[in-house]
Design a protein around this ligand. Structure first.
Ligand SMILES: C[S@@+](CC[C@H](N)C(=O)[O-])C[C@H]1O[C@@H](n2cnc3c(N)ncnc32)[C@H](O)[C@@H]1O
Length: 255
């Protein structure tokens, strides 16, 4: 499925904001520092155990091949980066980028074959066209400038290379929406109180999932970042959306 025109804000301009009221990047970093020790467990619980299947599909949609250079931004504990490594093999390379050291410490301990860099998604420490494919899983929702970060991905992916964005997506209506909304509002905070050092963090995560804009808006951000063709894949009754974009090859120079 390919999307229509980008979503417009109330003033008629394209809306590039993430979630209204999204916290400042420093607050986001502190929050992930605090929840790092329990992140993987809570991630599996909050996704009903589906998260591995979602990330595996994201890695597959990159079409990364043995020998490719892959990048995973907002890599967290490196779970998607690990799946990219399986695809590119020992002849390829995977770089993971995140700005929360505590998340990266866990990734580095588990995945010595991957290079993990502490950096902001909005200023990637990589040269232009440095990688063949790039991914971001559950990161976009936390960014205050999604188009800026996607523009960075466009810069570092080579022409013809693919970018895959995996994120929760609002479910318009029906029983799945009620079920997921109830789970996020009631079960998630309960689990967070029992398991997490910072239950407020999981309230934020639940709320940020609910407030995140539609897949059509995300497609609009990708187009604004320089990816004209965006394809949408939904999984788990629409609970998550995977956007696949390809950096176009430059056209012939104007005479
Ligand atoms: C919900 S976690 C997702 C982690 C991982 N991708 C996964 O699939 O489990 C979001 C991650 O994005 C990182 N992050 C948020 N904003 C960032 C930014 N501006 N630059 C770099 N990393 C960021 C956080 O530190 C956190 O590790």
């Amino acid at each position: 499925m390919t999307h229509g025109p980008p979503a417009l804000g109330a003033d008629g301009r394209q809306d590039a904001r993430p979630t209204p009221g999204a916290p400042e990047p420093d607050a986001v970093r502190r929050m992930f520092q605090a929840i790092a020790p329990r992140y993987d467990l809570l991630n599996t619980l909050t996704s009903w155990g589906e998260d591995r299947r979602w990330r595996r599909r994201a890695a597959q949609l990159t079409r990364a091949r043995p020998g490719d250079r892959a990048l995973d931004v907002c890599t967290g504990t490196g779970r998607l980066a690990a799946l990219l490594l399986e695809r590119v093999g020992p002849g390829g390379s995977v770089t993971g980028v995140d700005f929360a050291d505590a998340m990266l410490d866990r990734a580095r301990a588990r995945l010595p074959a991957i290079e993990f860099l502490a950096a902001d998604a909005r200023r990637l420490p990589l040269p232009d066209a440095a990688v063949d494919v790039a991914t971001m899983a559950f990161g976009l929702r936390n960014l205050d400038d999604p188009v800026g970060a996607l523009t960075e991905l466009h810069r570092v992916v080579r022409p013809g290379g693919r970018v895959v964005i995996l994120e929760f997506s609002p479910i318009p209506t029906g029983w799945v929406r009620s079920l997921v909304g109830g789970y996020n509002r009631r079960v998630l905070p309960f689990l967070a109180r029992r398991l997490a050092a910072d239950p407020g963090a999981y309230r934020y995560l639940a709320e940020s999932i609910e407030r995140f804009p539609s897949a059509a808006t995300v497609a609009g951000w990708l187009r604004a970042a320089g990816f004209p063709q965006v394809t949408l894949v939904r999984m788990s009754f629409g609970v998550v959306a995977l956007h696949v974009a390809r950096r176009p090859h430059p056209g012939p120079a104007a005479p």
